[in-house]
Design a protein around this ligand. Sequence first.
Ligand code: TYM
Length: 327
Amino acid sequence: MPNKIFSGIRPSGKLHLGNYLGAIKNWIELQDKPDTERAVFAVVDYHGITTPFDPKTYHQQIMDTALDFLAAGIDPKKSLLIRQSKVPEHTELAWIFNTITPVSWLDRLPTYKEKLGETGGRYNHMGILDYPILMAADILLYKSNLVPVGEDQLPHIDLTNEVAKKFNSMFGQTFEPVKPYLAMGTRIMSLQDPIKKMSKTGDEGIALSDNPDEIREKIKKAVTDSGKEIVFDPDKKPAISNLMTVYHLLSQNSVKEIEKKYGGKNYSEFKNDLAEVVVNFLKPFQEKRKELESDLTYVEDVLMESEEKARIIASSTLTEVKQKMGL
Ligand code: TYM
């Protein structure tokens, strides 16, 4: 079966290496595959407003995320690059799914509990609870069957399949099963605490926009494990294994080759080299991004053209769904 791909990222801060390695790197690989029939990548700006945001800067953040996608290698000739809020069918389908999804499928999700925990319960609004339904709508609106994401999103893919099954059983076969696309790197950990996943804050993560000195400094300060051997063992040596994963994914070296190369060497030699691997990897991305920043009309055109094409697919699915429901 040909691949129909959908994925998205919230425009809620600078993108970091976790976003790149867990998601965008795989988007780029998948858009090039001959068995990919279509790929839609979204700046999920409606998801982004479920946590605090500044209306004065939000538009800029959305554009920044779109720029990051293009600079990283999303090719508008092969993929559609959209802003979720510009394709209103996303929220329309989400409403329909709301009416068939038991609340108990949502309030048991670990991501819901995490979000509540993070905000001390202050943001216990419908949007946080309902967030995965909008995500299911994002995916199923394009009849997608493959979703490249980081590991943290797996419960949402499971929920998407449950919602699809329920819809099919109530109104007739409409949606195919959806599979996550996971590769190594779908869980890049914080540089300061290898038990926590890399996030957008401080020294925990490397932003795609960090300059060489910031990158060198952050990697130098990254925590390491006890002992001094550079071996890949995520259970016993989570910190160094995480750094080795980043090294492997951004270079041509396999994990085995890295172990061999650094056998007998110390952490600081490895970290110095890793910093250069990251700096060199991000250089072309950052150059491309600068170029795009001076041509925002091009970025706006890409988005509008993609959104127009996305609406054709989206409205066809929605028409089918409504017909099946007698709407
Ligand atoms: P978001 O914006 O939190 O993250 C975007 C993508 O980056 C991945 N990711 C990571 N991967 C590896 N290591 C990390 N430390 C790391 N941190 C983040 C995430 O797994 C994700 O793939 N709900 C989604 C956005 C979304 C979506 C969708 C995704 C909305 N609709 C439909 C796929 C399909 C989210 O909040 O991702």
